[in-house]
Ligand binder design. Structure first.
Ligand SMILES: C[S@@+](CC[C@H](N)C(=O)[O-])C[C@H]1O[C@@H](n2cnc3c(N)ncnc32)[C@H](O)[C@@H]1O
Length: 277
């Protein structure tokens, strides 16, 4: 039998699957972008060596834990340290100086995946002497990603890549990675001092209450999987979560709906940094 591909899953099949997942597990994928969700389902089916969506659904019914364990196949957790370094330069030299004299700061990383984004931020905060006054809320829907994020240990194979990436941005970012990580033969781990002010929470952006009093909200490469209506719902939450003049930082491939212009104005379009209106 030919392997299942995303284009063989019909919209009707997808709808009945997402409706059933919502009813049984309370996780709402109904407004996720269809193509990427279908690709996620195909990844899951092939990893589980199943034949089709009916078999996938039967497997979920037999084993309630399976959706929690394999949700990452549906979600795509890809991330990296200092992803899009130009954005981090903008944050370090243009955004953060505006908060330099503030006695306290709150930053929400929505969809933090395995932690690289939040550790990039704590490194910058440490460099700017702002780490002690900053509370960081790190949230994701995936428990597996959050567990890895808390662990804060990454395979050594990535070390040289990150070092070279940052070297190519020196002296602008001015980051010496070995000051912030412990490196051993197989892995490297963030120093515990850089993890003190992080509050990790399992949180579903679609269904859960937003946080409050935020100065910055990061939501990078998460909304690409949402349709326009869902993006607006989530953007309203970010708007309400931010303090006046607070910043929203999205991913390079994230596109804000036209309607969101009432909520956010561009601060720097190249690096996708916006400011609350
Ligand atoms: C591609 S990663 C982005 C990680 C990081 N922000 C970055 O840009 O490198 C997307 C993350 O969004 C999370 N995610 C997807 N839907 C979500 C939802 N409804 N609520 C919270 N997190 C969600 C996924 O679990 C995944 O870890």
């Amino acid at each position: 039998m030919a392997p299942l591909t995303a284009d063989k899953i019909s919209d009707e099949e997808l709808d009945s699957f997402t409706t059933a997942v919502k009813a049984r597990f309370g996780i709402d994928f109904t407004n996720y972008e269809r193509k990427s969700l279908k690709r996620g389902i195909v990844r899951l089916i092939s990893k589980q060596k199943l034949g089709n969506m009916v078999e996938l659904w039967t497997a979920f019914l037999r084993n309630r834990e399976m959706l929690v364990l394999y949700i990452d196949e549906l979600l795509v957790n890809l991330t990296e340290l200092f992803r899009n370094p130009e954005a981090w330069q903008k944050i370090k030299y243009h955004v953060m100086p505006q908060f330099a004299s503030r006695p306290s700061l709150h930053i929400w990383h929505a969809g933090c995946s395995t932690g690289e984004e939040i550790y990039s931020m704590t490194i910058l905060l440490q460099q700017l002497n702002l780490l002690e006054v900053t509370r960081l809320t790190a949230t994701d829907l995936s428990e597996k990603a959050l567990a890895e994020a808390r662990q804060a240990t990454y395979p050594k194979i990535l070390w040289e890549r990150y070092k070279n990436l940052l070297l190519s941005y020196d002296p602008l970012l001015g980051i010496r990675l070995d000051q912030f990580f412990e490196v051993d033969k197989k892995s490297f781990s963030i120093l515990p001092a850089l993890t003190q002010n992080i509050n990790w929470q399992k949180h579903n952006l679609v269904q859960d209450e937003h946080y409050t009093d935020c100065d910055l909200v990061f939501c990078r490469n998460v909304m690409i999987y949402f349709d326009e209506a869902l993006k607006m719902r989530v953007l309203r939450k970010f708007h309400a979560a931010l303090r006046p003049g607070g910043f929203l930082i999205i991913g390079y491939y994230d596109m804000l709906p036209e309607e969101s212009k009432m909520l956010f104005k561009p601060y720097d379009l190249n690096t996708k940094i916006y400011q609350k209106i």
